[in-house]
Structure formats: C-alpha cells, structure tokens
Design a binder for this molecule. Structure first.
Ligand code: FAD
Length: 436
C-alpha cells in the first residue's frame, strides 16, 4: 500500500474552479485523488441516450484534459457508490473522503450509507456547503422555524446576505500541486458505461450584462431568448452559485436575483419537509379525486391537447429538454386543473425530460401549480390557456416554432372545453378542501 490519499468525490459540482469542497480537499495533508461515480442505480432508470448523461460525460472529459496538464486526472467509475468505495478502499490507503452537500432524498440515503461504510474502516467523511448561498436552516424565522412563504424568506435572505455572506472565489487551481500525480486512473467514457451521445445539447448559460439588465422586460416571453439558461449548469455545478450571484449583483437586477432565491427557498423546503416529494404540503390536497385519465395524459405529454401554448411547451420539452418558465406554469396548471391529473404524474414526466431537473424546484413548482404547496396559487385561480397566448405569445411566434401544423386541419381538436374543465376543477377541489 502506498502513502495515504484524500479522495474528492465530484457529484453535482462538475467544475475544477470555485468549488468549495475541492478547495478544502486540496488544502488537506494528503495528495488528492478526484473521483466521479456513474451511479448504476440511477443509470438503470434512464434511456441510453439521456442528454444529461451525455453532458456529464463531456464535462468529465474536459476536466480530465485540464487535470492532465497537471500530470493528474479524475478516476471515473460505474457501480453503486457503496460498491465503488469498497473497491477504492481496497486499492488505496485513504485518510478522508471529501465532497459537497447534496440534499435530494436519494442522495441523503446514499451519503449516509457511504459514511457508515467509510467510518467502519476508520476513514473520515466530510461534506461542505457549495451549491447554495444559504442552505437548509441558515435562513429561518426568529423562532427558528422554517419559512413557508417566499416573500418574508426572500427579505430575510437579502438582509442576511448583506451581513453574512461568503461570495469567495475558491481558487482551486493554485493548489493543484496537491493532486495525486503520475498514476494511471480508470476513466469510463459514455460508451464504456453503455450510453450513447444524445442529439439534445445543454445550451451555454448567458449571464452577460445585457441579458441580466433586460431580464425583467423579456423573461416572460417564450419566443424571446430572455432568460439565462443557468438551470442545468446550476444543477450539475458547471458554474458556481457564487459566480452567478456575483454577476447578478454587479448588474443590480433584483428580479433575476430573486429567481435565484426561489431556488434556495425550495431547497430549504425540501430539507425541512422531505415528505413533500410524494405528499401535498397542505394535507387536504391529498384528498383531491384526480381523474388520472391515461389517454389524456399521453396527449398532454406529446403536445396534442389542442391548446397551442400548452402543446408548444410540451413539444419544446420533448425536443430540447427545456421549457420556458411561463409555459411550464401553464402546462402544469393545465394538467392538474383542466385534466385533473395528479401533479405527481407531471412532476415525474418533467424529471424524466428536463435538463435542469432539480427535485426541490420541480416538486416545489408542481405543488405551487396544483395549489397544494407552500406559497401556492389559490386553487380557484386557473390559467386560461387561450388568454395566456394573448399575453405572452400574441404573434404566435413561439407556437409556430414548435407546432409546424398549427393553423392547419392537422392540428388536434381541443381535448376539453375550457369552461367545462374550469367548473369541474373548482367542484373537485372544493370538495377536497372542505373535508376535514
Ligand atoms: P432564469 O429565468 O434565467 O432564472 C435563473 C435561475 O433561477 C434558474 O436557472 C433557476 O436556478 C432559478 N429559478 C428561476 N425560476 C425559478 C423557480 N420558479 N423555482 C426555482 N428556481 C428558479 N427549475 C429548475 O431548476 N429545475 C426544475 O426541475 C424545475 N421544474 C419546474 C417545474 C415547474 C412546473 C415550473 C413552473 C417551474 C420549474 N422550474 C424548475 C423553475 C423554472 O422554470 C426554471 O428554473 C427556469 O425556467 C430555468 O430557465 P433559466 O435557467 O433560463 O431561468
């Protein structure tokens, strides 16, 4: 056995720069072996051309190239994290495993199993805050309980930000001398893990001064490139949240900034209320008698409801892995309220398709749309899918982009009548919320 090493385990923080856990690892007493694990339990659930797996693989290749310049590399494995750690601990003498926090429900269980295994071998397991500015219980009410309404949370977030914020750029590169050098490491490519390259690509993010400055004016119009496309980059950590906030501050765009705070709001909700992954935050809403018509669900998924803005959104999602936020709100409301299909079905479909899928934001926003979540829209507020077009795509530019047959007799008839669906929804919701 050689001398001791520290392992840095990359997960949803795929960058070599401004990475807090990696920086901490590089400051340890032992050389650092960076690793990534393609988790077989997750891969087994995904189609072989999943664009997120392609993106991760490409990103790892880039990191590998950069590390090679320093006579080092990243070891890439496939398997369950527990099995992989059993293997690594038999190959290296490990002092500590260091990583960044990950709060999704699956990750919490995974990390606790890995920690138990490592500690049984006398190896330390240390994790650091990296993916948020304020996490779980750092922004709470004065009595220590969590905020469940966004606006007061946002105000406290901002006032704490002024006094207690760490926007440090964690300079990892200056400490690459402490990487494990000159060893040959396993590096699994996309083909090696049995996947293939996807046609869907993750777009680059745009936090240029112009985009942030115009954000307020353009962000609601799906035909305009008016948002940042930061979603997948924050999801996989290809940009640090500190960098995103540094930019947002420099342009002083409060609205853009507040969107980033929504992300942290939902993350702390998931932490405090993990049951909301499967259960309504407001319990009464679990009494809704969903219709759950499978044929209608298929039409919604494939963008064939006969409501053009809903259909354009679903087709955008299916073809690109992205959907504009304004349209996400509409399609989610349409599924839950017009079709009376359980929000969990829609949440699962988004999880399958979105490049920026994030459990906290997805569950939080779906429950918001269904009316069952924290700070949710009142249930009787039902988007009208036709007047939404007048407001947000009046020249039908977005609709025509995603629905080539729009305006021809090839385009489907409306799946439900708006007035009838609205009244049906109000009746069913009212029955649920008036029960005790
Ligand atoms: P921008 O408008 O440029 O915003 C910048 C960043 O702020 C986003 O990347 C995101 O990190 C954050 N943000 C913006 N709006 C929200 C919001 N409402 N909630 C939480 N964070 C927000 N966002 C996800 O990141 N993952 C999801 O799985 C997800 N699912 C959603 C499901 C539904 C039903 C709805 C209505 C919204 C969902 N959102 C989700 C929120 C939002 O639609 C996306 O964050 C946004 O469209 C991503 O595009 P962008 O990066 O260009 O965003």
């Amino acid at each position: 056995m050689s001398n001791k090493v520290n392992i840095f385990w990359f997960r949803r923080d795929l960058r070599l720069e401004d990475n807090r856990g990696f920086y901490k690892a590089l400051h340890g007493k032992h050389p650092v072996l960076p690793i990534f694990i393609f988790d077989s339990e997750i891969l087994d659930e995904l189609p072989k051309n999943d664009p997120r797996v392609s993106f991760i693989s490409e990103r790892l290749q880039k990191m590998q190239q950069s590390l090679k310049d320093h006579d080092s590399g990243i070891a890439v494995y496939q398997g369950t994290p527990e099995a992989v750690f059993k293997q690594i601990t038999s190959e290296y003498t490990i002092a500590n495993v260091i990583t960044n926090h990950d709060y999704e429900s699956y990750s919490l269980v995974r990390d606790s199993e890995v920690q138990t295994l490592l500690e049984s071998k006398g190896i330390g397991f240390y994790t650091y805050k990296d993916q948020v500015i304020f996490e779980k219980d750092e922004v709470v009410k004065s009595d220590g309980t969590p905020y469940v309404v966004y606006t007061p949370y946002m105000k406290t977030w901002k006032s704490q930000f002024k006094t207690a914020v760490d926007l440090k750029n964690y300079d990892c590169k200056s400490h690459f001398d402490n990487l494990l050098k000159g060893t040959s490491l396993p590096f699994l490519t996309l083909e090696d893990i049995g996947f293939e390259k996807s046609d869907i690509r993750v777009p680059d993010f745009d936090i240029s001064p112009a985009t942030i400055k115009n954000y307020q004016a353009t962000r609601n119009f799906p035909s305009v490139e008016g948002t940042s496309h930061l979603g997948p980059h924050l999801r996989f950590g290809t940009i640090s949240i500190r960098e995103a906030v540094r930019k947002a501050i420099s342009e002083k765009n409060e609205i853009f900034w507040q969107e980033l705070i929504w992300r942290e709001f939902f993350m702390q909700i998931l932490w405090h209320f993990p049951k909301t992954v499967n259960n309504a935050f407001r319990k009464k809403y679990d009494l809704i008698e969903w219709r759950n018509n499978e044929k209608e669900f298929e039409k919604w998924k494939s963008g064939k409801t006969g409501y053009p803005l809903v259909d354009a959104g679903m087709r955008e999602l299916n073809k690109s892995g992205y959907m504009h936020n304004r349209v996400r709100m509409l399609v989610a409301s349409f599924l839950c309220k017009h079709l009376l299909i359980d929000w969990r079905w829609g949440e699962a479909y988004f999880a399958e398709k979105l490049l920026d899928y994030e459990q906290a934001s997805n569950v939080g926003n779906w429950q918001w749309a269904a009316g069952s979540g924290v700070d949710a829209a009142p249930y009787f507020r039902i988007f009208n899918p036709t007047t939404q077009i007048e407001k947000f795509d009046k020249d039908h530019i977005y609709i025509k982009k995603w629905i080539p047959e729009y305006g021809t007799d090839q385009y489907p008839e409306q799946l439900v009548d708006h007035k009838m669906a609205r009244e049906r929804c109000l009746k069913v919701y009212k029955e649920a919320v008036s029960q005790h």
